[in-house]
Ligand binder design. Structure first.
Ligand code: URA
Length: 434
């Protein structure tokens, strides 16, 4: 096979065979196809698109480019959840324990945050002592004993995606549905679960800004997952303002615990119960999504979810006392309050701008090598639709560095829009694909 011929074929709108896609993925991952040829191919895909079959094959070839987790020795249906990423999205910390408390084994590999969105692994590492890297045997023992383990995704899962994504990032070829689908799904399919619940975010703080684009991505990922034999479901949920009130690692752990105590903000509580309930259904522990949602709600109310959280944290070396004493979580020493400039209603809190401001506090990374300040971030005191008075506190920012706080506060102020009328709010859950 000849790489130039394959680039030409795609450039001219042709459809590649499975063998041709395998040749490209394997050749690029192993180093025989150079960056410049893969870049040209990716740009041809960007303009010409890929058929459903090509997308299935690309995902499959990327999936088998590295290790494939085998979770078959854990009894029961293992259900994973993937969020396309957002600001203040700490649902994994809540729904993992809730689903596990309802009997669904959760064996999850999660990522770190980069840019304006956070990652579950960074949030978990804000808990004193918590280990996100476990030897395989300990990971299995934790899932078998406690019902839930969450660890960092290793570099050996879908290495083709790692290489291809790095190239897409610098060649303006990220925004293509087939490429996004194959990137996300190759990693998820290699992680070994029996089913995957997707939380596809839409709005300013999301990858997909419009509901239409989010739906197209969700439908494609569901289709590609089913083609691999997985149980699939997707929810399209709002990310026009941050989810919950807390943005930043330890602040988000604190809020997750508050939700599990039944004292969390309404939006993140509702979404967590909806997501966990669908995992309970997909995992065979409820006969309908509605019954699953009722079971997840009951696990929240009874405190079973919080008890499972303690067990989960303790099993991975963390201090379970954080569930009862939030002051054990780190909090940066300096703070700054942003106040309302006028009376009115909060018409918008731009999620992406808050995400960037949180990154400035030290809670997020600009590059993969950056270290993060677990105690930094932003706590919102109001959400969209709230009526406020001039001078009232809108949010508090935390950081260990005064200059970072200045920059972050200037950015955060830009996020808030105040209007004269109560605004029409978008729904929290836009759609469910079952
Ligand atoms: N997240 C991924 O993992 N891959 C993409 O292509 C986009 C978002």
């Amino acid at each position: 096979m000849n790489t130039v011929e394959l680039i030409t074929k795609k450039r001219d709108g042709g459809e590649l065979s499975r063998e041709e896609i395998r040749y490209l993925v394997k050749g690029f991952t192993e180093g025989s196809i150079p960056d410049y040829q893969m870049s040209a191919f990716l740009m041809a895909v960007y303009f010409q698109g890929m058929s459903r079959e090509e997308t299935v094959w690309l995902t499959q070839e990327m999936k088998v480019s590295g290790d494939m987790a085998d979770l078959s020795r854990i009894p029961g249906l293992k259900i994973d959840k993937h969020s396309t990423g957002g600001v203040g999205d700490k649902t994994t910390l809540i729904i993992g324990p809730l689903a596990a408390a309802c009997g669904v084994p959760v064996a999850k590999m999660s990522g770190r945050g980069l840019g304006f969105t956070g990652g579950t692994v960074d949030k978990l590492e804000a808990i004193p002592g918590f280990k996100t890297s476990l030897p395989e045997e300990e990971f299995f023992a934790q899932v078998e004993g406690c019902g839930i383990s969450v660890i960092g995704q290793t570099a050996h899962i879908a290495p083709a995606d790692k290489k291809i994504y790095a190239l897409r990032d610098v060649t303006a070829t990220v925004e293509n549905l087939s490429l996004i689908t194959s990137s996300i799904m190759s990693k998820k399919l290699a992680s070994g679960s029996d089913g995957i619940l997707l939380d596809v975010k839409c709005g300013s703080g999301a990858f997909m800004k419009s509901e239409e684009d989010a739906r197209a991505l969700a439908e494609m990922m569901v289709d590609i997952g089913r083609a691999d034999g997985k149980k699939m479901m997707a929810m399209i949920t709002d990310m026009s303002q941050p989810l919950g009130n807390a943005v930043g690692n330890a602040l988000e752990v604190r809020e997750a615990i508050e939700v599990l105590r039944g004292q969390g903000p309404a939006d993140i509580t509702e979404l967590s119960v909806e997501l966990a309930g669908r995992m309970v259904f997909m995992g065979g522990c409820a006969s309908s999504p509605e019954e699953g949602i009722a079971k997840a709600g009951a696990a929240l109310e009874s405190g079973a979810g919080l008890a499972k959280f303690r067990e989960f944290v303790s099993g991975q070396g963390g201090d379970p006392a954080v569930a009862d004493d939030l002051s054990l979580l780190p909090l940066s020493g300096l703070s700054r309050t942003v106040t309302a400039s006028r009376d009115g209603f909060i018409a918008g809190i731009d999620a992406m701008t808050i995400g960037l401001a949180s990154q400035h506090t030290g809670a997020g990374r600009q590059t993969k090598e950056d270290s993060i300040d677990h105690g930094a971030g932003i706590l919102l005191h109001h959400k969209c639709g709230d009526q406020i008075r001039a001078g009232e506190a809108l949010m508090t920012l935390y950081s260990d560095k005064a200059d970072k706080l200045d920059l972050a506060a200037a950015e955060a102020e830009k996020a808030v829009q105040i209007g004269d009328e109560a605004p029409a709010l978008p729904p929290l859950i836009h759609a469910v694909i079952e």
